[in-house]
Structure formats: C-alpha cells, structure tokens
Design a protein around this ligand. Structure first.
Ligand code: NAD
Ligand code: MG
Length: 386
C-alpha cells in the first residue's frame, strides 16, 4: 500500500529533498498535496510530476497564475489559510512540515490535531508552541517524527531504550561559517558570507541561523519539547565536520551516536520510512577518508544567541515566541542589508528585554504574540547604517 503524503513547503530545500526521495520511490508514496509561498512555476512543475491533487500557493495574488499553470491536469489550485490547513489534514496520512518560520505553525497543528504522522522540519513551530503541540499530539494520537538532523539522530539513538535511563542529550553543531571569525569580522559580515555554510546546503533563513548559532538555540528548545528532558541535561558540542549528528548518554556511561554524511535526505528518508528504512542516494560515509573528527566547546561570547535561547527556555513563559519572532524579522532585515550581522542577536536580546507577554494558552495566543513582536520590529531593530 502506498502512503499518501503531503509536502508543506515543497519548493524549499527540505521540500525539494523530500520530492527527490518520494519520486525515487513511487511504489512507497502517493503525493496528494503540495504547498509553496510564491514560486508558482516550481510548485506547478512538482504537482504535474507527482500527480498531486491539490496545490496551494500562499500568495493569494498568484492563484490565477497557478490555475493557468495547472490547466489540463487533475490538480486543484488553491490559496489561503483554509487551503493550507486542508493540505495538512485532509487526505494525507503523512505530512512533511517543511515551511520555514512561524508561518508553518497553523498547518502543522492542523496535521497534529487530525492525528496524522507529521515529519517535522519546521522547528519554529515547535519552538513557539512546543507544549501545546506535544499535548495536542498526545490527545489526537498523532506521531511527530523529527526531521532536523540532530533530533532525528537523537530519535534513532533512543530507539529501544527507556527514557528514564537517559542521562543527557548532546546536540552537535558545525559552528557555521564564522566558527573561527573574530568579533570584528562578524560585525562586517555580508549576507553572502553568512549563507555560505561549510557543510550543509539549506534555505537562506536557517543558513543565517547557523551563522549566528541561534539555530542551535532553537534546536535546544526543540529537543526539550520533543524528548522531554530538562534544559540542563541538553548540551551543545561544536563538531566542525558534521559527521556525528548528535549523541545520547545513558546512566551507565554508554554514549550512542548517529553518523552519516551531511545530506538532509538521510534524516528525511528516516522520517518518511519510519519504522522501516528506505534507500537514499546520499554519499556513503567513508571514515578512513575523513580520518579524524574534532570537537570543541561553543563560544557564547561570540555567539550570544546561544545564551539568549537557553535563557528564553528557562524563563518558562512566552519568551521562546519572542525570541523566534524577533529573530525572523532580524534575519529578514539582515538578508535585505538593512541591519548588520551582529545586530541580529542584539535585536533578539532587546525584544526579550522589552516584550514580556503572558504564557500562551492556545495557538491563537501564540499567533497574537508573534504578530505583536513583528509589529514592534521598527522599535527594537537598530536604524539602518546610512
Ligand atoms: P526554504 O526557505 O528553502 O523553504 C521554505 C519553504 O516554505 C518554501 O517552500 C516556501 O515556499 C515555504 N514558505 C515560506 N514562507 C511561507 C509562508 N509564509 N507561508 C507558506 N509557505 C511558506 O527553507 P528550508 O531550508 O527548506 O527549511 C524549512 C524548515 O526546515 C525550516 O524551519 C528549517 O529550520 C528546517 N530545517 C531545514 C534544514 C535544511 O537543511 N534546509 C535542516 C533542518 C531543519
Ligand atoms: Mg539541525
């Protein structure tokens, strides 16, 4: 039996890798729905190629263009919030959540509340609504499978063990393109330098997040919600080769790691095929050629975003939503050359100091807080340099 899959964020980096795997295994998957923000050509091409029945474009002005591009197919073109929710919760048994940012939260929750299996790449959804989402999954009987490479690694390392026997989780971090850069060079860094990740090829936003290392902070929050460990029992270790994707230490002193070449198709395939395995064309790991693996402590002085994320999680309030929204607007401003690279972390810090909402009771509260931070963006971001 083929599994019905929908891919949210099908035109992105994770979405594209998912399409690649799914089209290589047509006997395993039937694509029912695809979504994208603005890229009509690439969405329509993927819909035609996979035979999807629903294609959703988030930008409403582009619906006529999408309808034109799908003319003569059996694929329905749609737009708007309801259509995104339909893509996540109607026909699909398996939902790949690969929208970037808090924009993916509502469709992810729709999939969870409908009791689907959700392969979750969209870490911002879990960062902003972690407990609400894990509680909803428990209520609805939904399964959340981590796609983020570190969390997928931990999920694999936990298999067959009792959670009470886990001593700590160790999230590895590549350190990003500025691992050895001076604070002065980082202040002058350009978007081109920041998105040039040494090991992984990813979307622009997560590439900048890796450069500031807030990505590892978001992943700390993500790991806390996925695996239920106290933040003090989740460590971060810089490992520049990105071969060990994360580790679990047990009470007896055993440490289990998951290794592989840095290709997102490996964790994506794991989530798509779970509890089975499926082949991928990813390069095989050749340890004799790699020869040595390096490790070092993260430097919180040059990467203050790490500390900000840890504090936001310890705060126990709405701080992770503020952290995430301020980061999203600051990263967009940096990519637009309106602020400098080191202004990203200072914007996040100012937002956390000045915006202190009550803890959210519902997804609607999360969305309101996210909107409030975006509206206050002009007050918390530094003025353009010129
Ligand atoms: P990307 O920018 O390459 O793609 C994002 C996708 O989301 C695109 O299809 C885009 O059309 C869609 N999208 C963007 N804004 C939207 C909106 N407002 N409404 C609806 N759709 C929207 O991003 P990516 O690198 O593929 O990352 C996707 C998610 O996966 C992120 O949360 C990221 O943190 C996470 N992730 C990515 C990688 C990676 O290797 N790229 C690794 C781990 C985790
Ligand atoms: Mg990751």
């Amino acid at each position: 039996m083929r599994r019905k899959i929908s891919i949210l964020g099908a035109t992105g980096s994770v979405g594209g890798s998912t399409l690649d795997l799914v089209t290589r295994s047509p006997d395993r998957f039937e694509v029912v729905a695809l979504t994208a923000a603005t890229n009509v050509a690439s969405l329509a091409e993927a819909a035609r190629r996979t035979g999807a029945r629903l294609a959703v474009i988030a930008d409403e002005t582009r619906l006529p263009e999408l309808q034109g591009a799908l003319a003569g197919t059996r694929c329905r073109a749609a737009t708007g919030r309801e259509a995104l929710i339909e893509a996540a919760s109607d026909e699909a048994e398996l939902v790949m959540a690969a929208i970037v940012g808090c924009a993916g939260l509502e469709p992810v929750m729709a999939g969870v509340e409908a009791g689907r299996t959700v392969a979750l790449a969209n870490k911002e959804a879990l960062v902003t609504a972690g407990s609400l989402m894990t509680e909803a999954a428990r209520r609805a009987g939904a399964t959340i499978l981590p796609v983020d490479s570190e969390h997928n690694a931990i999920f694999q390392c936990l298999a067959g063990n009792r959670s009470v026997d886990v001593a700590r989780l160790i999230l590895t971090a590549s350190g990003g393109p500025f691992r050895n850069a001076s604070a002065e060079d980082m202040a002058k860094a350009t978007p081109e330098q920041a998105v040039a990740h040494p090991n992984w090829s990813m979307g622009a936003k997560i590439s900048v997040d890796s450069a500031t290392m807030i990505n590892k902070g978001l992943e700390l929050i993500e790991a806390h919600h996925l695996f239920g460990l106290a933040p003090e029992r989740i460590d971060i270790l810089v490992h520049p080769q990105s071969v060990i994707h994360s580790l679990v230490e047990y009470v007896d002193g055993s440490v289990i790691a998951q290794l592989g070449s840095p290709d997102m198709r490996i964790p994506i395939a794991h989530a798509l095929a779970w509890p089975e395995r499926m082949p991928t064309p990813a390069e095989r790991l050749d340890l004799a050629r790699i020869r040595s693996l390096d490790f070092e402590q993260p430097d919180e002085a040059r990467f203050p975003a790490l500390r900000l994320a840890r504090e936001a999680l310890a705060d126990g309030t709405a701080a992770p939503i503020v952290l995430n929204a301020a980061n999203e607007i600051a990263v967009a401003a940096f990519l637009d050359r309106r602020i400098g690279f080191t202004d990203i972390a200072s914007t996040v810090q100012r937002a956390l100091e000045t915006i202190t909402p009550q803890p959210p009771q519902s997804i609607a509260d999360v969305i309101d807080i996210d909107r409030e931070v975006r509206e206050k963006a002009h007050e918390i971001m530094p003025l353009p340099a010129n």
